[in-house]
Design a protein around this ligand. Structure first.
Ligand SMILES: O=P(O)(O)OC[C@H]1O[C@H](O)[C@H](O)[C@@H](O)[C@@H]1O
Length: 616
């Protein structure tokens, strides 16, 4: 199998037999540094199955931004095949134990660039060493950053943390084994065992498990997993409907580091209702993964759920794949989680190397720096791009640097898999806006041994995928589009662990190069806060409408009147949107007039609510 990533400045990984793409985009040149950026965006493309390769489209530059044209057009790349081959051989990185290769030869960095980067890279290595020793590497949240300890507990800064990591891992293994062997079983399952997992979580509490399930779960896992990672009622209903009577055999894993994320809470409440409706006892089938004493943890404890596993303050959501968040669901699907940890630990070891050429994460970080954007994709690695999207964009997309300067940093990541991208957006990558770089994730073994067959003389389905990846790589390069290629032998737990560790480290090093905090996400809060305000406004609207509807006769209100009585005339557009949404969902609210002419609308409630429970 193979995978590919395409883009201009950054890169992303993917795993076995399919292709997947990611794209990294930098919308602003790093003002904090004196290094010139080649291109402001990137794509990752990973491919593994016979169906494809992928990447995503680069950011288009406005005419104003095209002032960067001089930067973007930093020259045609070297196309002399023999010089390129020499460059390939000179820069090819190989991790012997892991069978993993990184090829940066198609990124056109120069010797001079590397010399200039030596000192900043040295500082990044030093900062990373401090981080691993337990420094407060996430300064404004005052937290340590300890995901590297998860795969090597001996590195944890004290024995208390070490014990916690080790005990949690033992508990995960024991619990998974007991569930699989039906020692732990649901009370009223016809199958007499758990056969399904329903995972409820969002962001870092879902993307890693989704990626790993897609990449590594066997075709017939001991427990099948499905995900609720949104607050979309139709999506939730769909998952529950698909489970049908198997709800009685479903282990529900609720994952939230904070334990208070509204989407996750909503998913839990919806699923608990489905359990009640089916006459099932949720607590006998529920598991929580969250920080100790969070709202979720307390709920699970008070309700006596089947099990609780900890998340640690010092592990960020987007780097939690090797914590209970990623390991418990994986173990329950029969995935060898110890192998994942070994792969990650081996990659960690290698990415501590201060010799840049021997450090694949440093190579990636430098390429991102040079090109400043990237993407990748594949089939079993399909979800790698989405996983990396959060890892890269939530870590690197920052308004301010560590010194408080406004820098508006970031790399945009998108991607898909294999030839899928070939048939979608490669056209633009090769010929359109030139502000990206691509990362191909190549998987050498495209089918398990004994299953190969030639669908035409001398050619397998996997050969096609291979041809598509390398054809795309060449065709892009011929048009000056740079790429990185990460190659793994096959998609197995060790390789997936290694890829996760590789990209975690590359993000960490790159963040130091551009002097930003990769471990906080202040920008995420703004949207959450605004969402809360929308819900509060909806409650106020309902109170105002109720008051008017209780008059005799009921008094229909225009949007202006509602806004006025809510004391927020500036929110009139949001009031219109809220009423439109409630009317579309038959919420006891009657809107007369034409939605296309909002000023004509008059609204009242179907009935006056005198018992005042709307106030509660
Ligand atoms: O795990 P939780 O606390 O529920 O958080 C889930 C997600 O919430 C926010 O969106 C954060 O920005 C993410 O980093 C996090 O992964």
């Amino acid at each position: 199998a193979m995978a590919s990533i395409s883009g201009a400045a950054a890169a992303a990984p993917s795993s076995s037999g399919a292709s997947c793409g990611l794209r990294l985009r930098r919308d602003h040149l790093p003002r904090s540094s004196h290094f010139r950026l080649a291109r402001p965006s990137s794509i990752t493309d990973v491919s593994r199955s016979c169906s494809s390769s992928s990447s995503s489209p680069p950011r288009s530059l406005s005419s104003k931004q095209s002032g960067h044209a001089d930067v973007l057009a930093h020259g045609a790349v070297d196309k002399d095949p023999i010089r390129l081959w020499n460059r390939y051989v000179e820069w090819l990185y190989q991790h012997k134990q892991l069978g993993l290769f990184v090829d940066v030869s198609r990124i056109g960095f120069t010797e001079e660039f590397l010399r200039r980067m030596e000192a900043p890279m040295g500082r990044a290595f030093a900062a990373m060493r401090e981080l691993e020793k337990g420094a407060i590497a996430n300064p404004d949240e005052g937290r340590m950053v300890g995901h590297y300890w998860l795969r090597n507990p001996a590195l944890a800064p004290n024995s208390f943390l070490r014990d916690k990591i080790e005990t949690t891992l033992e508990r995960i293994l024991a619990f998974a084994s007991d569930v699989i062997s039906a020692k732990i079983r649901p009370p009223s399952s016809p199958a007499g065992r758990f056969t399904q997992i329903l995972s409820i979580g969002i962001g870092g509490s879902s993307l890693g498990p989704q990626f790993v399930a897609e990449a590594l779960a066997p075709d017939n896992p001991p427990l099948m997993i499905r995900f609720i990672d949104n607050t979309d009622p139709a999506g939730i209903d769909h998952q529950i409907a698909q489970l049908g009577p198997e709800l009685a055999s479903t282990l529900v894993i609720v994952i939230s580091k904070s334990g208070g994320t509204p989407e996750t809470r909503n998913g839990l409440l919806e699923v608990q209702k489905a359990f009640r409706d089916a006459g099932l006892e949720f607590s006998k089938q529920g598991v929580a993964i969250t920080q100790e004493n969070s709202l979720l943890d307390n709920t699970a404890r008070i309700e006596g759920w089947l099990a609780r596993f900890p998340m640690f303050d010092w592990v960020g959501g987007r780097t939690s794949e090797m914590s209970a968040v990623g390991l418990l669901p994986a173990a329950l699907q029969g995935i060898d989680i110890k192998e994942m940890l070994v792969g990650a630990a081996q990659m960690d070891e290698e990415t501590r190397n201060t010799e840049i050429k021997e450090n694949p994460a440093a190579l990636l970080a430098l390429c991102w720096y040079w090109a400043s954007d990237g993407i990748g994709s594949k089939d079993s690695l399909l979800l790698l791009s989405r996983y990396l999207q959060q890892l890269v964009m939530e870590s690197l997309g920052k308004e301010f640097d560590l010194d408080g300067n406004r820098v508006n940093q970031g790399l945009t990541v998108y991607g898909n898999k294999g030839s899928t991208d070939q048939h979608a957006y490669i056209q633009q990558l090769r010929e359109g806006v030139h502000n990206f770089f691509v990362t191909f994730i190549e998987v050498l073994r495209d089918r398990p041994p004994g299953h190969e067959w030639e669908l035409e003389p001398s050619v397998t389905c996997g050969d096609y995928l291979f041809g598509m990846l390398h054809g795309t790589r060449s065709a892009l390069y011929a048009n000056d589009r740079e790429s990185i290629t990460v190659t793994v032998q096959e998609v197995n737990p060790r390789a997936v662990g290694a890829l996760v560790a590789l990209y975690e480290r590359a993000v960490g090093l790159y963040a130091y190069l551009i002097n930003i905090n990769a471990y906080h996400q202040p920008g995420v809060e703004a949207g959450k806060k605004a969402a809360g305000e929308v819900l509060a406004l909806q409650k106020r609207i309902l109170l105002v409408l109720n008051e008017a509807s209780c008059k005799d006769p009921a008094e229909p209100l225009t949007l202006d009147q509602i806004a006025d009585r809510c004391h927020c005339p500036e929110e009139i557009e949001m009031i219109y949107k809220i009423i439109q949404h409630m009317a579309a969902n038959d919420r006891a609210l009657i809107a007369e007039g034409n939605c296309g002419s909002p000023r004509s609308i008059k609204v009242y409630l179907g009935e006056c609510n005198v018992d005042d429970d709307m106030n509660s």
